[in-house]
Design a protein around this ligand. Sequence first.
Ligand code: AMP
Ligand code: MG
Length: 490
Amino acid sequence: MASDSSLETLTFDNVWSRFPEDFFTRVKPTPWRDTRLLDVSPSGAALLGLDPEEIDRDRLTALMSGERLLSGMDPLAQKYTGHQFGTYNPALGDGRGLLLGEAMTSQGPIDLHLKGAGKTPYSRFGDGRAVLRSSIREYLAGEAMAGLKIPTTMALAVAVNGEKVMRERVEPGATLLRLAESHVRFGHFEWLYQQQRVEDIERLMRHVIDRHRPDLAQETAPLEALFQDVVTRTAELIARWQAYGFVHAVMNTDNMSILGLTLDYGPYAFMDRFESNLTPNHTDTTGRYAFDQQPGVALWNLTVLGQSLTPLIAVERLREILDTYEPTLQAAYAILMRGRLGLETEQESDGKLIEDWLSLLESSRADFHRSFRALSDQDVVGGLSLREEIVGSGSGHQLDEWLARYRQRLAEESRGETERLAAMRRVNPLYVLRTHLAQQVIEAAQEGDTRPLQTFRELLSSPFLQRPGMDVWSEAPSPSAPPVCLSCSS
Ligand code: AMP
Ligand code: MG
């Protein structure tokens, strides 16, 4: 059986469908007409223990069109609630995606979730559909985040459909077959808490422990240990977002994963030039979810989750656990940023060195990723030197001053330069999921050309490795190009 890796070999153990019946509604996907597969992800396939070459494309297409499920699947829409932009919304749930089944792989359980599968009782005013633009953006985001070693959901594949969907304009419809170790959200707990269903809160916590964090069952207080685990992993996740210039843009509590995965990609962005208050979602007019707000928002969200656990964990304990968030985030961020600057040892002044580097990038309007990569390439990246990246806007003096301090600091490290630069190139990506590049891929796919999608997906899945002839995929947007407009309407 080992060589047979087709979809049909997947086995399912659908725990969710055995939960109390109001935890979900059984819904069959609404089939799409004329579905065409655009790309299959080797990383997604690997997550399921499948060889991408052996996946039957026709079978996968039939699954993604919603026409033919796999044996053992039991599709359902999950119920949850959440705080959206700070306001509690009781009417949430899977409105345009279905949990098709929970696959049991050799690495553990993996949810197969079809996004764009049609209306559910939780669709509210929505049509239950997803558009090609957003589906490609979510597909690439999973690859990019995994490539950067940032915990995330992934996708097995993305498909376009023959039917059109109405958004701000008419767009091609699409489906995404999303994979995640779990889709349990902070909002699942908020929903149970609002109804004071203490037994069900405990049931859901024990489910997360049994299925995803079995080590915690050995602890003297497993429920507290689970909350600690969520706080720690969320802090580490946010540290990674901040270190790599990622803005989620819709950090509502229903979009927060109990496993600390990046979940629900909408109007997200990786920065181009460093902008500490970048808010890519143009409808977020107050900048609630701006880049520099993310650490605080995640703590706010964790506090909402903690509130939902008050029937089971003493408030004092919850507070103590929440107090570990900030130091955990700071420590994780410092480790990542020292790594990005090639520092192996730790010194008190490193925080200031990092801060000043970011200020320099911000004031000079230099490209965030290319500047880090330029430092790792000994001032040369794609034919452009760090000096050209930064000095363009008259920050030459500031750069010289910072470089002098940086060199002095490097002199205190024992590692040789060649070794240091090689290590830096393993943490400073060359290929980043920039909005303008994603947009080019989307436009090509809309014209029927999927080669750019495949190329970009491959580069993003190993973003540190320079490939010949691929320089266009590491370029910053032209300063004169109009910004791509992003919103939640997807
Ligand atoms: P999001 O902003 O993607 O996290 O979505 C928030 C809520 O709206 C979730 O409950 C979604 O399922 C629902 N939703 C978003 N778009 C649609 C749509 N096109 N049709 C139905 N429900 C949707
Ligand atoms: Mg969501």
